[in-house]
Design a protein around this ligand. Structure first.
Ligand code: FMN
Length: 197
């Protein structure tokens, strides 16, 4: 499996990136290797000018092209997602997420903006051709505590939701690989379980 994480916050003290780091830790524990892209590490001027010839943006595009699964994290900004993440998604090819399984992770100041994931982020992921856009994980700031060492403590229900999301992500990747191989029967590990998105 070729997994890529995308951190979509411009903040250097990012909650959503820390939740994403928890997801990456889960992947490590499961022995699932992954690569990381952070929009903060991409050249701001190239993003702002939509410079399709930027070597750094082309390299990030290539990493995504080869991915079978993507975990994408963003803060809610103005009832949607971050502008810098949109700038990055804008430079991807029209079908940049074709055939991929995508798990969104969103953090926000208010649970009232939880639906930003469904009405703002998910349509873009679908427009990019994602095969499965899974039900994502939303956490409000009050449910995420940052410890002194920079690590985070999640409220129990968020931690459980994150683990459930990651398990669904892993299951969906197995399904997706089966479908790509033209096999319609479920993978052996899920023969008795239905796919939960
Ligand atoms: C410019 C800006 C706009 C924001 N807009 C919203 C918003 O519309 N709704 C909301 O619930 N939170 C909003 N927030 C709060 C962030 O979504 C929240 O603190 C989030 O966890 C920050 O994630 P980050 O640390 O990864 O950037 C906003 C924060 C900033 C800086």
């Amino acid at each position: 499996m070729n997994i890529v994480t995308i951190a979509g916050s411009p903040s250097d003290n990012s909650r959503s990136s820390r939740v994403l780091a928890e997801a990456a830790r889960w992947l490590n524990e499961e022995g699932i290797s992954h690569q990381a892209i952070s929009v903060r590490d991409l050249p701001a001027e190239d993003l702002l000018h939509a410079n399709f010839n930027s070597p750094e943006l082309q390299a990030a595009t290539k990493v995504l092209e080869e991915a079978s699964g993507i975990i994408i994290a963003t803060p809610v900004y103005k009832a949607a997602y971050s502008g810098v993440l949109k700038a990055f998604l804008d430079i991807l090819p029209q079908n940049g997420f074709a055939g991929k399984v995508v798990l969104p992770i969103v953090t926000g100041g208010s649970p009232a903006h939880m639906l930003a994931m469904d009405y703002a982020l998910k349509p873009v992921l679908s427009a990019l051709g994602a095969r499965f856009v899974l039900n994502g994980v939303f956490a409000a700031d009050s449910q995420i505590r940052i410890r002194e060492d920079g690590s985070i403590e999640l409220d129990n229900d968020i931690a459980l939701r994150l683990e459930d999301g990651l398990q669904r992500f892993s299951d969906s990747l197995a399904w997706s690989a089966h479908l790509a191989a033209g096999i319609t029967a479920p993978p052996a590990s899920q023969a008795s379980a239905s796919l939960r998105c």
